[in-house]
Write a protein that binds this ligand. Sequence first.
Ligand SMILES: NC(=O)C1=CN([C@@H]2O[C@H](COP(=O)(O)OP(=O)(O)OC[C@H]3O[C@@H](n4cnc5c(N)ncnc54)[C@H](O)[C@@H]3O)[C@@H](O)[C@H]2O)C=CC1
Ligand SMILES: O=C(O)C(=O)CO
Length: 323
Amino acid sequence: MVKPSVFVTRRWPAAVEARLAEDYDVVLNTGDKPLAAPELRDALKTYDAVLPTVTDKLGAEALDVPQARARILANYGVGYSHIDEGCARDLGLTVTNTPDVLSECTADIAMTLMLMAARRASEGERELRNGQWSGWRPTHLIGTKVSGKTLGIIGFGRIGQEMAKRAHHGFGMKILVQNRSAVDPKVLAQFNATQVESVDALLPQCDFVSLHCPGGPANRHLINGRRLDLMKQDAFLINTARGEVVDEHALGQALWFDVIAGAGLDVYDGEPRINPDLAGCDNLVMLPHLGSATREAREAMGFRVLDNLDDFFAGRTPRDRVI
Ligand SMILES: NC(=O)C1=CN([C@@H]2O[C@H](COP(=O)(O)OP(=O)(O)OC[C@H]3O[C@@H](n4cnc5c(N)ncnc54)[C@H](O)[C@@H]3O)[C@@H](O)[C@H]2O)C=CC1
Ligand SMILES: O=C(O)C(=O)CO
């Protein structure tokens, strides 16, 4: 039997690439550089399936392929706001993602950012590495206690709930939740959490706010200057969701002028470009999109793509179909 042809836009963990090659006729982007729209269009014209990831901008330009051969975009990653839903539907493309398998690791990184920002860990490490540490003293690099404080979670899906689990059961935090739809009271009860009626109502009540909603046009600048003003002056903002969810210019201003105490970011609007408004803020912890970056999660993500491909080419609805 002829194997379906698949194109993988970035390199994957070796174990997954090997498994993929057993059942599919695989072409890899061996250069492992993000592809431009014409290269993505060529892939859609040439292969039965394209396996993109979060660095592939599959907007109107890349999806302008009236004669696409590909019938499925099996995305390596849970977020798919880099894929234009309308264009994908117009082309009749099935789109799948990789939920669940990275939720714990992404919540771990959100916790890391929250702790690092509150405890001024980046500032401390910079000082030490720059040879500027003059030793312990009672007033040195005083941070903020995390345990027992109030955490607001915006987007209470898979990762938001993992964050609540860590923060509530591990750190005794009070959990407030804002979600697009009503959350099952049984789920809220697991974390003794309260669902608040709006983002505006949640922000002034929190010591920490962690974003776990998807990106995309609907959530662009969900956190803007007006909403940063609603936060407590000693509060922290954590973003592992998508860069565009936060107005980075407004965040830079809020950090610089102490409108809030600090922030931790794993994702950036237009990454890997970093907005210069953020770069100079000492009270900002920055990680390079590490949420799912563990061997375990990255392999599981790849195997989840394979499960979806296997479903699709066996004529079943893929288990993680999102479009
Ligand atoms: N930093 C990283 O490496 C990673 C980032 N992510 C990001 O995390 C996002 C969430 O992933 P999951 O938890 O698996 O998704 P999910 O679909 O389980 O949860 C998202 C939740 O956000 C809610 N939501 C959507 N818009 C909202 C809004 N405006 N206000 C309040 N709630 C809103 C939805 O109702 C849903 O409950 C992904 O879409 C992706 O962008 C995911 C994995 C790794
Ligand atoms: O899966 C995602 O959405 C990511 O951002 C990377 O794991």
